[in-house]
Each structure stands twice: as C-alpha cells, then as structure tokens.
Design a protein around this ligand. Structure first.
Ligand code: PBG
Length: 331
C-alpha cells in the first residue's frame, strides 16, 4: 500500500529510468523458464514449414538433433517432442503408439545420445497415431476411458525405455496419472517424472498443432469435448489438478495459455506446486500472423506474452517461440 497521496506520492518515480524499473521488477523471464515443443518427421535432412505456424518446422531426426543442441546452448532446459506420424501408420487402435521403434522413440534416442543434458518430454496420448484423430480409443462414437488408460500406460513405458525423462499425459482420461505412475514404477522407472496436462481445455486454439501432427483432417468435424474441459469452468480445473497430484503428478500444466492465465494463478495459489502453461499453436499463430502484417511488433509481443505467464504464476512456459525468445533474452 502506498501511504501518501498525490503530490507526495508519485508512482512514476519508480518508472523514470531503466535502472529503477529493473530494480523494482517483480517478475523475470529467462531462457531457463522455457520448454520448446518440436515436431519430428521421417526422412533425412528434412525441414518442412507448417503453413499455419510460420517459422515452425517438422524436422527429420538428424535436423531435430541439431536444433535441440542449439536450444540447449541457448539455455533452454527441456524440449517436448511430437511426432508427425506417416498416415499409413495410423490406425483405429493407434498401435503405432506402442512401437518401440516409432518416430518419437527414435527421435528421443537420437537426441538423448547427442544432447545428454537436455530434459526430454513426451506426450502420452493416442492422437498422433489414431486414424480418427482422438486421444483415446473410439468405439460406437464414444471414447473409452479405461481401455485407453491401459494403452497409455504401455505407451509411457515404451517412451521411458527410449530415454524420455518426463511423461506428459495430454489425453485427459480419468485416472491416467495414477495408472501411468504405477506402470512406470513397476517397469523400474521410478525417477521418470510426470507432467500432467491437468487442466486441458477443449480449445479451438489447437488448430495449427493438429495440422502439424496431421490429426486435423482425421478429426474432421469431431471434437474432444467429452474429455477435454469446458472453457466455461475454473473450479473444475482445481479438482483436476488435485486428482492428478494425488495420483502422483510431479508437475502440472494449464493449456491453452494466454486465455487461461486466471487458471494458472488459481492453481499456483492453491497448490504451490510446479505449474506450467502451454502457449499453444493458435496463440503462436495469432501473434505471428499479426506481426507478419505489420500490426504487432513480433519481438515485443513475444516477450510480453511470455512474461505475462510468469506474472500469472507459471514456473515455465511451453512455447514455439522458445529459441527465438532465448536469443532475444540473451541480448
Ligand atoms: C494432443 C495434444 C494437443 C496439443 C498438445 N498435445 C492437441 C489436442 O489436444 O488436440 C496442442 C498443442 C498446441 O496446440 O500447440 N493430445
């Protein structure tokens, strides 16, 4: 509280020059707060731009290894690896998710070998592998919870065997965190972390990501509203986080990011656990598209949006801007 009134109190004194603004800044943003999501594809020497995400590419594994090495040098602590599975390997039962030699497992092994000190995060969900584009198993128009969880447990173990450090269930099935924790422990992976997409909303901001992993066409007119959360809700997010923590989540995430900063703040205040936010593909696309038209200053909105996550209470941010932001923060 300010104890004086104008003219004794002049809040602008604290803003008059860079040194004092630096001294009173309440929030910081560092490369160490950033997690970089990357898309991998088959092939060699390949780098394909994703049309709805200018500046973001699907990289073949060799290219991904180089990119991750650069990210680590820039001070980025972890990457999240997403596969663009070839359509012919997708099926109704998403069996490719359990193949120890699938794209994501090969990428994890290659990155692990070349960049040993970076954190490797893998999503657990079936959508990159399912011909219907859903995160779970589909039967008679419904997503089956418990059979999906059984598969997710196997997927988590396969990814841990490949060398993944953090399993990130993004599927929103009930009970999956506890089941995955049990499966990892039984397989000897007691040190593998779980980052739960605890409060994940059924959002239209995921559109460009679905283009990137090739699940948009598959999903067609369908949606994920029977498992992802209703954007109208906030108490429900707290219940989801509480359940995931009880089941063994080490870290929790809110997704999307910028339209859901109130959720980040509530979770952080209530649970005081490591809390992350995902600045999703549609948020990236919005900022980049406006910058391309000259309507926004790309560098400034990038840094301001990331700082806003930190101010809302996020310990870290998953962002497609990670490398660019780390460079900008370096000077
Ligand atoms: C899949 C998954 C999605 C994202 C991360 N994991 C999409 C979805 O739920 O449909 C979205 C990421 C983004 O939009 O950047 N389970």
């Amino acid at each position: 509280m300010s104890h004086f009134e104008f003219p004794r109190s002049r809040p602008r004194r604290l803003r008059q020059s860079p040194w004092i603004r630096e001294l009173v800044a309440e929030t910081t943003l560092n490369a160490g707060d950033l997690i970089w999501p990357i898309f991998v594809r088959e092939g060699n020497g390949e780098r394909t731009e994703i049309p709805s995400m200018p500046g973001v590419h699907r990289l073949s594994i060799d290219r991904a290894v180089e990119a991750v090495a650069e990210a680590r040098e820039l001070g980025i602590p972890a990457v999240a690896v997403f596969p663009a599975t070839p359509p012919e390997l997708k099926s109704d039962t998403a069996d490719e998710a359990l193949n120890p030699d699938n794209l994501v497992c090969r990428a994890v092994r290659a990155i692990r070998a070349a960049v040993p000190d970076i954190g490797l995060i893998c999503d657990v969900a079936l959508d990159p592998y399912s011909s219907h584009g859903h995160d779970g198993l589909l039967s008679g128009g419904r997503i089956l919870n418990d059979p999906t969880v059984e598969m997710l447990c196997k997927q988590a173990v396969v990814q841990a065997q490949a060398g993944c450090d953090v399993i990130a269930p993004s599927d929103m099935m009930d009970g999956r965190v506890g089941a995955i924790r049990g499966a990892l422990d039984r397989a000897g992976f007691t040190e593998v972390l779980i980052l739960a997409y605890a409060a994940k909303y059924a959002s239209a901001f995921y559109g460009p990501f679905r283009d990137a992993v090739g699940s948009a066409a598959n999903l067609g007119q369908g949606d994920k509203r029977t498992y992802q959360m209703d954007p109208a809700n906030t108490d429900e997010a707290l219940r989801e986080v509480e359940l995931d923590l009880r089941e063994g989540a080490d870290l929790v995430m809110v997704k999307p990011g910028m339209p859901y900063l109130d959720i980040v703040r509530r979770i952080r205040d209530r649970f005081a656990v490591p809390t992350y936010a995902y600045q999703v593909s549609g948020e990236y696309a919005m900022l980049v598209a406006a910058a391309e038209r000259g309507w926004l200053d790309r560098r400034k909105v990038m840094l301001e949006s990331l700082l806003a996550f930190r101010r809302a209470g996020a310990d870290g941010i998953l962002t497609y801007f990670a490398v660019e932001a780390a460079k900008a923060l370096r000077g």
